[in-house]
Ligand binder design. Sequence first.
Ligand code: CTP
Ligand code: MG
Length: 232
Amino acid sequence: MTHSIKFWAVVPAAGVGKRMNADRPKQYLELDGKTVIEHTLLRLLKADVFTAVAVAISKEDPYWPELDVSAHQQVITAAGGKERADSVLSALKSIRELASDNDWVLVHDAARPCITTTDIHHLITSLVNDDVGGILALSSHDTLKNVQGNGIVGTLDRRHIWRALTPQMFRYGLLKSALEAAEGNPAITDEASALELQGLQPKIVEGRPDNIKITRPEDLALAQFYMEHQND
Ligand code: CTP
Ligand code: MG
């Protein structure tokens, strides 16, 4: 009965933002009058498709309870984990009484505040009838090199190389069991890789290039620029 299928968002937000080198985790840095994580969550809520958004937050995080959005009725707080995959699994477990195995889950990094309704709807309409699910991705414009030490040993075939973004969209039951099966495996840096390990082939859906992940200090100004030029 497809009419009863729900959509859930899961937001891993328990990282420390080492590469950002700031005085607090990057999701709490300010961008255009709000913290990064507020932008991210308000944009997910604005897409108007999710029953709830489960957010994984570190135990030692003093910033989260201070934000109004942490008390939003569609926002569920879960414990963070050691690695990103552990945080995602913890958030999935926090909705186990509410979600069905066939429901769709869109996992989206807290550190991607420029996500648009267009991209969320595009991902969902592209995959809603898919058996496995898939991810937003970008092709590479640059030529890509295989490097050992600091010497180039080969050139990759760009037609087969995509950059994995988020949201990544999978069925609740399949995603949870794939992450449980992969627990502790350091190669699992996104949800798709956990499904790949099960022998499945997640689809790619071409995303927008403005859906950047805040990673290094210069990314904040870039995110600000994109936000000023987005109109959806
Ligand atoms: N994340 C998480 N739990 C972890 C590690 C990361 O929920 N144990 C989240 C981050 O908060 C972020 C997303 O996963 O929203 C993507 O991770 P990344 O960009 O690597 O963020 P950090 O790990 O915080 O940054 P860094 O790797 O530079 O330390
Ligand atoms: Mg990290």
